[in-house]
Design a protein around this ligand. Structure first.
Ligand code: ARG
Length: 534
C-alpha cells in the first residue's frame, strides 16, 4: 500500500518474533527519523510496514537527478573493461534471424554497460575459418564463376554449398578434395587464401548492410581465422600443463571428471577447431584488453561449447575463467506467418528489416499521410519495432515473430514507445517557450497520477543496473513500457497546455520534458531511434 512496503515476514525467523510485532517496532524506529528520511507517514498493516514518502521532496529529488547529465545513473564501471563477443556471423552463410538476436542483444548490452561507464570492446568473432571453406572452394571451382559470385553474392555461395552437400553423397571423393583445400588454407596456400579472402569480402558487404540498417558497429572483427595461428602455441602450453591427451589421432582435453565430452584442441590432421580457436581467443583478449569480464552472446545451443572452453581455461590455472560469461538466448520462430525468403526456410535478417520498413511506411501512410520525411521515419519505426520486439522478450525465451504484434501501435511495442516520445515532443513544441519553472513548482506534481509517473522515473537507474547485472535488456524494455504507460495516463488525465495556472502548467511541461528524455535514453539503450514526429 505504501510508496515503499517492507514485508517483515522474512525477519521473523531471524528475530524469532511475530511479523506484526516487527513491523510495529520498525514503525516506532522510523517515526523518530521521519524528517531525516523524507517520510510523511509510516503505517503498519499486519506484517507489513508501509512507508509514505514526502511527495514534494521526492518529486524534487527525483526530477533533479533525472535531469542531470547521466539521468541519475552512476558510472560504476569506470576503469573497468568488458569484452563483448556478439553477432559473429559465419562467412559465406546467411545472416539469419538468430544472428539478428545476438546482434541486437549484444548491441543493447554494449549501450547499457557504456552508460554505466564501462570501457566496452565490441568484438565480432567472425566465423571465417573451418572445413566448410574447403568445400566451398571445390564447389566454386566446379559449378560457379567469378561473374556469378559477383552478381549473386552470398546467395551464390550458399547455393553451391548446398549443391556440394548433395553431390558428395554420390561422389564421396569430393570430400577428400575439400579437405585438402582446407589443409592448403591452413598451410597458407596462396590460391586457397585468395579465394577465401574474396568470399569473406563478399560476405562482409552483405553483413555491413544489416549493421548499417541497425546502426551498429564493432571495435574488432578478429574472427576465427585470426586465432588459427595461435593454436600451435596453445597446444604447447597445454602440453606443458599436462592437459592434452591423444584420442584417435586428435588432441583433446579430457573433461569426463566434469561430466562433459572431451574438448577437442586439434583434429587428426593437426588443424585447429572452433573450441581451440575460442580458447586462444580468451588468452589473446585477456592479454590485449585485460578485461574484467568477457561476455559471449550466442544461442543457447552453444552452452556446452562454452562450458568446455571455460573449463579448459580454469584447468589451465587461469583464475579469470570466472570472468567469462555465456549470455545465451532462445530461438525465433515465425509460425503461421507467410514470409517470402530467398531460400526456403532460411529467414534472412535483411529481409525482415526491409519488410518491417515497408510495412511501417504503409502504416504511416494510413495514419498520418501528411507527415514529412515518411521514408526516414518508416525506417526508424520499422527497424525499431523489430529490435523492440526482440528485446522485450526475455533473452532466454523462444520468441514467436508475428507482424501484427511487432508493428502494433498499442501494447508492448516499439511503435508505441516511439509514439509516446513523439507525443511528448509535440506537446513541448506546441508550447514553444523555454520553460521558466523549475523544481520550486513541483508541489503541483504531487497528485497521484503525476506522482506515479515520477516514481517510475525514479526507477530508471535501477532498471539500468539490474539489466546490466543480469545481462538482460528486457528489463530496460519493460521499464520503458511502464514509463510510457504512466506517461500516457498522465497525458490523458492531467491537462497540460490547457491548464490555466501557469506554474502548474509549466511544472507539468517540465515533467513531460524529463519523461521524454528518459524515454529517449531508454530507446538509445535498446538501440532504437526515436523520430521527433510520427
Ligand atoms: N559464428 C558462430 C555462430 O554463428 C558464433 C560465434 C560466437 N562467438 C564465439 N567466440 N564462439 O554460431
Amino acid at each position: 500500500m505504501g510508496d515503499i512496503a517492507i514485508p517483515c515476514f522474512v525477519f521473523a525467523k531471524i528475530l524469532h518474533k511475530n511479523p506484526a510485532v516487527i513491523a510495529s517496532d520498525l514503525k516506532n524506529g522510523l517515526e523518530q527519523k521521519k524528517e531525516e528520511l523524507g517520510l510523511d507517514e509510516v503505517i503498519c498493516v499486519g506484517g507489513y510496514c508501509n512507508l509514505f514518502v514526502n511527495r514534494k521532496l521526492f518529486v524534487e529529488n527525483t526530477l533533479t537527478k533525472a535531469a542531470d547529465g547521466n539521468h541519475g545513473v552512476e558510472k560504476i564501471g569506470e576503469k573497468k573493461t568488458v569484452c563483448m563477443d556478439y553477432s559473429s556471423p559465419n562467412i559465406a552463410k546467411n545472416f539469419h534471424v538468430g544472428h539478428l538476436r545476438t546482434t541486437v542483444i549484444g548491441n543493447s548490452l554494449y549501450k547499457i554497460y557504456d552508460k554505466l561507464g564501462y570501457n566496452v570492446v565490441r568484438i565480432n568473432h567472425l566465423g571465417d575459418w573451418g572445413t566448410q571453406f574447403g568445400k566451398l572452394i571445390v564447389a566454386y571451382k566446379k559449378w560457379s564463376s567469378k561473374e556469378a559470385v559477383e552478381k549473386n553474392g552470398i546467395q551464390e555461395l550458399l547455393d553451391i554449398y548446398v549443391k556440394f552437400n548433395n553431390e558428395k553423397e554420390e561422389h564421396p571423393e569430393l570430400m577428400d578434395e575439400a579437405r585438402s583445400w582446407f589443409v592448403a588454407m591452413e598451410h597458407g596456400d596462396e590460391e586457397a587464401l585468395s579465394i577465401w579472402e574474396w568470399f569473406k569480402d563478399i560476405s562482409m558487404v552483405e553483413f555491413e548492410r544489416v549493421y548499417d540498417m541497425l546502426g551498429i558497429s564493432f571495435d574488432s572483427y578478429t574472427g576465427e581465422s585470426f586465432y588459427r595461428e595461435k593454436v600451435p602455441a596453445l597446444v604447447e602450453l597445454l602440453k606443458e600443463k599436462n592437459l592434452l591427451i591423444e584420442s584417435q589421432g586428435a588432441n583433446v582435453i579430457d573433461l569426463s571428471e566434469y561430466d562433459m565430452a572431451p574438448c577437442m584442441i586439434t583434429k587428426k590432421d593437426g588443424s585447429s577447431i572452433y573450441h581451440s580457436r575460442d580458447i586462444a581467443a580468451v588468452l589473446y583478449r585477456k592479454e590485449k584488453y585485460d578485461f574484467d569480464k568477457c561476455l559471449y552472446v550466442t544461442g543457447l545451443e552453444q552452452s556446452l561449447h562454452f562450458k568446455q572452453v571455460f573449463k579448459a581455461i580454469e584447468l589451465m590455472g587461469l583464475d579469470y575463467y570466472k570472468d567469462l560469461v555465456h549470455v545465451p538466448y532462445g530461438l525465433v520462430s515465425l509460425d503461421g506467418e507467410k514470409f517470402s525468403t530467398r531460400t526456403g526456410n532460411i529467414i534472412y535478417a535483411e529481409d525482415i528489416l526491409n519488410e518491417a520498413v515497408k510495412r511501417a511506411y504503409e502504416l504511416i501512410e494510413e495514419k498520418n499521410p501528411s507527415l514529412e520525411n515518411k521514408g526516414e521515419i518508416a525506417k526508424k519505426v520499422g527497424i525499431g519495432a523489430v529490435i523492440f520486439h526482440d528485446l522485450f522478450n526475455q533473452r532466454i525465451k523462444n520468441i514467436n515473430f508475428s507482424w501484427k504484434e511487432v508493428l502494433s501501435f498499442d501494447g508492448t511495442t516499439g511503435p508505441y514507445v516511439q509514439y509516446t516520445y513523439a507525443r511528448a515532443k509535440s506537446v513541448l513544441r506546441k508550447y514553444g517557450k523555454e520553460l521558466q519553472c523549475t523544481l520550486t513548482d513541483c508541489q503541483a506534481l504531487t497528485d497521484d497520477i503525476s506522482f506515479a509517473l515520477i516514481k517510475t522515473i525514479g526507477g530508471y537507474e535501477k532498471a539500468v543496473n539490474v539489466a546490466a547485472e543480469s545481462y538482460e535488456p528486457s528489463i530496460v524494455a519493460r521499464y520503458l513500457i511502464s514509463l510510457c504507460t504512466d506517461f500516457n495516463k498522465f497525458y490523458q488525465e492531467c491537462p497540460i497546455l490547457k491548464e490555466e495556472n501557469v506554474k502548474t502548467k509549466e511544472a507539468r511541461l517540465y515533467l513531460v520534458y524529463v519523461t521524454s528524455q528518459i524515454v529517449f535514453e531508454c530507446c538509445g539503450l535498446l538501440g532504437i531511434e526515436c523520430p521527433e514526429e510520427m
